[in-house]
Design a protein around this ligand. Structure first.
Ligand code: ADP
Ligand code: MG
Length: 287
């Protein structure tokens, strides 16, 4: 990032911890201007945090460096981190520079379609890419921990990118930018609720909730508040996660895929590479 200048444009989206803007990066080696997305995060001040906060910039830089070394078509590209000057009495700010995804996130995509859900053949194409991205992340020892539609982005060319690594197992500094970092209740795996421990299979559970959301228009038990929905998923068998009107509209093979993601015992849940072989993702689509 050294020697390059950043200009911020309009707001692209707002999440739990940050605002994300469109931006331009000037002054690259070839003199070209690059369109980027800029995640602006402010470190929450706490009285005890003095030294830890001073160190935050270094930790974040390290993490963004790690993320920028990931290279997969289904993972958003990270370019670097800026620390803009702010008056000394204000909490430090960081600007995380990412690849720009013109189509926005899937919560935005779903809002833009009248039905609020996507046709199943589109869900197949999206899910294939997310599963490939998850398999890559897991092979690198990274658990995402917050797979959901708002953390999946769409590029101009129709590619899907997993983004928002603030909860990821390898990102300690990113996590401290958020107040809580256990994921999002409507997508959370039961083992996290029950034992507060989790590993890669928890991403597969969240993937199931995300795929259900894309195909139905809402997360499982989406009409309930987060914590209530979370406990409903802990208590009820997965077959009850799918209401009758949705069940009548989606295919048996999609239901089978969801049930595979929602195997309650994380040890018995298929891995991302195993899911890639599921009939739902291997079907030939007629265009
Ligand atoms: N690279 C990007 N390109 C386009 N929009 C983005 C990009 N990154 C994030 N956004 C938008 O900003 C929102 C919040 O970003 P995110 O990184 O998920 O922040 P948070 O950690 O607060 O959830 C996303 O849901 C999306 O709408
Ligand atoms: Mg997010």
């Amino acid at each position: 990032m050294a020697g390059r200048q950043l200009k911020l444009h309009h707001l692209l989206g707002k999440g739990a911890s940050a605002k994300v803007y469109a931006g331009s990066l000037f002054g690259g080696r070839d003199g070209a201007t690059q369109k980027v997305a800029v995640k602006q995060v402010t470190v929450k001040q706490s009285r005890r945090a003095g030294a830890a906060q001073t160190n935050m910039g270094a930790v974040l830089e390290q993490e963004v460096k790690m993320l920028s070394q990931l290279s997969h078509p289904s993972i958003v590209g990270y370019l670097g981190v800026f620390r803009p000057r702010v008056p000394p009495q204000q909490p430090p700010q960081y600007m995380i520079i990412m690849e720009y995804c013109a189509g926005g996130s899937f919560d935005q995509v779903l809002k833009s379609v009248p039905t609020h859900y996507l046709p199943e053949h589109e869900v197949v194409v999206i899910t294939r890419q997310v599963v490939a991205g998850l398999a890559y992340l897991h092979s690198k020892g990274i658990m995402h921990r917050d797979i959901k539609p708002s953390n999946m982005l769409l590029t101009e060319r129709g590619q899907i990118k997993i983004s928002d690594f603030d909860c990821s197992t390898q990102c300690v500094g990113m996590q401290s930018l958020r107040r809580t970092c256990i994921g999002t209740p409507h997508y959370i795996a039961p083992e996290i609720v029950l034992t507060e421990t989790s590993s890669f299979p928890a991403d597969v559970w969240s993937l199931g909730c995300t795929v259900f959301h894309l195909a139905s228009g809402d997360a499982p038990f989406g009409s309930l508040k987060g914590v209530a929905a979370m406990y409903r998923m802990v208590e009820r068998p997965p077959s009850e996660f799918i209401p009758a009107d949705v069940r009548s509209r989606i295919s048996d093979v999609l239901v089978d895929f969801l049930m595979a993601c929602w195997v309650r015992d994380p040890k018995g849940r298929p891995t991302a590479p195993q899911l890639a072989q599921h009939a739902f993702l291997r079907q030939q689509l007629s265009s």
